[in-house]
Design a protein around this ligand. Structure first.
Ligand code: NAP
Length: 525
């Protein structure tokens, strides 16, 4: 095992977000082109399971396809069986015994080193995301910048929790409170922030002293394989992070119900999150604890545009929030709720703005919208568009674009009833419903009428409306006069209310507590 020296806390500068590249700098453009070119040599590579540091090829494979050109195989990962998932959990349980004994500062040092290597290889990772999930250049870079942020932020958070925690002094006793890890965790990320969420969930769990099994999304297993390699390269000991790709429906239940699993850290859809929560709640023979489930789930996010809003700014915010990364962000705006007094002006300007959005292969830097992630998503989104055509007035898009990749036109459907299916169900694609509100009161009521509560935004120039929305707009991440996407680590701790999840606030000061338990130690003196 490579040893890494823990940096003394004093040497560590305050956390700063990594700047996301806008690719206006010609040297960034040249580096990105070179990285995209170099990806050609990586295509089709095989990635094994990693259990206790051992690389294991299996017969069953997961093929990661480029959604812009599904004939192109980005990589082929081995798929774990249930028996191999069990083996990985046992390996984690074994590794936990020594990993938990390192100090928080020692474990934080691994995260700092990983962040540094990721920074050095940033364009390679950006290029992989362009290929594996169809991100545009800047969306890919934003994803990797956020992964670096999570590593840097959670490392500093670990140091904060390592410091003596305040307890009330009592004469005759010496008292302290320390944080200890939970045990073995299952890390189950989605594909949409394939770098950031996967790295964030994994690093938060291990820096606290837990050992994990990482079951990546089947649509984004290659980037997870790269990241696990990176962790091993900086010396994270074998068994602390075990890599077990596999279809969630085939091995997910076996992982979640394993008696040695102490916690599940999941981000994904409501349906899968609720299933995990239910299965994890039932104790298994031999299980000694109540499993902790951190589940961040779907959204149906609204932008409210009040009568007094700057309409041009609102149109821009809605367009970017609805169609950035093809609407495949949990924070994407899928409902614009617009005051009737400015409704026609808003719809007209939005239609014109959306007509300027370019759709195509994201290897081309001029492209704003790439493909949706896979064929299943394509079919499901096109199905919702057909439903939407009967539930409102199509004013933009409405079709598949091209016939090879999974491209869909940015689609806007106006005059939608607040209870229509496309106004209630998470579509997770480039489809926006525009809803007319009688007044602000009505708009707020509509904004709160779904089962979700993830992000929301209000465009207004009226302080009183801002005050009311602060109190009544029931979402975990509320924004004023800006887009509903683009939460930054440390700046906008992220997590939703209601069926959007457990509100864990990733990238916030409470997050690491979810992966530790506090031990109070008292000594008579
Ligand atoms: P998903 O279908 O729920 O999958 C998420 C993860 O769960 C994947 O790794 C998947 O593996 C796995 N999985 C599937 N079935 C499972 C089972 N029975 N047991 C255990 N694991 C299982 O979601 P997705 O399509 O990847 O991601 C999109 C969803 O994530 C959207 O709903 C979006 O809103 C949500 N999301 C939420 C946040 C947030 O912070 N609230 C952030 C990002 C995304 P397979 O790929 O092998 O099926």
């Amino acid at each position: 095992m490579t040893t890494i020296e823990a940096k003394p806390a004093l040497e560590i500068p305050a956390f700063q977000n990594e700047r996301v590249k806008d690719f206006r700098d010609p040297s960034d453009v040249a580096s990105m082109r070179a990285a995209l070119d170099a990806m050609k040599k990586e295509l089709g590579r095989h990635y094994p399971l990693v259990i206790a540091g051992r690389k294991i090829e299996t017969e069953k494979k997961i093929r990661s396809l480029n959604p812009a050109d599904p004939n192109e195989i980005v990589g082929i990962t081995s798929a774990a069986s249930k028996a191999q998932a069990n083996e990985a959990i046992e390996a984690a349980a074994k590794a936990f015994e020594s990993w938990r004994q390192l100090t928080l500062a020692e474990r934080a040092a691994y995260l700092f080193k990983t962040a540094q290597l990721l920074r050095e290889r940033r364009f390679q990772y950006d290029a992989l995301l362009v290929h594996e999930v169809g991100k545009s250049w800047s969306e890919a870079d934003g994803d990797i910048a956020e992964a670096i942020d999570f590593l840097e932020f959670y490392a500093r958070e670990a140091l904060r929790y390592a410091a003596p925690q305040p307890v009330v002094p009592l004469e005759g006793e010496r008292n302290e409170l320390v944080y200890v890890p939970l045990g073995v965790g299952a890390i189950i990320p989605p594909w949409n922030f394939a770098g950031a969420i996967m790295a964030g969930l994994t690093s938060a769990a291990i820096v606290c002293g837990n050992a994990v099994v990482l079951k990546p999304s089947s649509d984004a297993a290659v980037i997870a394989a790269w990241f696990v390699d990176l962790l091993h390269e900086v010396g994270v000991p074998p068994g602390v992070v075990n890599f077990i790709p596999g279809s969630g429906s085939e091995i997910g239940d076996a992982i979640v119900t394993h008696p040695d699993i102490r916690f599940v850290s999941f981000t994904g859809s409501k349906e899968v999150g609720l299933r995990i929560n239910e299965l994890a709640a039932k104790p298994q023979p031999g299980q000694k604890w109540i499993k902790r489930v951190v589940a961040e789930m779907g959204g149906k996010d609204s932008i409210v545009v009040a009568a007094d809003a700057n309409v041009d700014a609102a149109v821009e915010g809605v367009a970017v929030s609805a169609f950035g990364f093809q609407g495949q962000k949990c924070s994407a705006c899928s409902r614009a709720i617009v005051d009737q007094s400015i409704y026609d002006e808003f719809v007209d300007k939005l239609r014109r703005r959306v007509s300027t959005i370019s759709v195509g292969d994201p290897r081309d830097p001029a492209v704003f919208m790439g493909p949706v992630v896979n064929e299943g998503a394509l079919r499901s989104i096109l199905g919702y568009i057909e439903t939407g055509k009967t539930e409102g007035r199509l004013i933009a898009g409405g079709n598949r674009a091209g016939d090879r990749g999974y491209f869909i036109e940015p689609t806007v459907i106006a005059d939608v009833d607040p209870n229509a299916r496309i106004a209630q169900e998470e579509i997770f694609g480039p489809v926006l419903a525009v809803i007319k509100a009688r007044d602000f009161e009505d708009a707020l009521k509509i904004a709160n009428n779904t089962e979700f509560g993830l992000t929301g935004s209000l465009y207004t120039t009226d302080e009183k409306k801002i005050e009311r929305a602060r109190d009544e707009f029931f979402v975990g991440n509320l924004y004023f006069n800006r887009k509903s996407t683009g939460a930054m680590v440390g700046v906008h701790p992220f997590g939703g209310f209601n069926m959007s999840g457990t509100d864990s606030k990733a990238g916030g000061r409470d997050y690491l507590l979810l992966f530790m338990q506090a031990k109070s130690i008292s000594r008579k003196v």
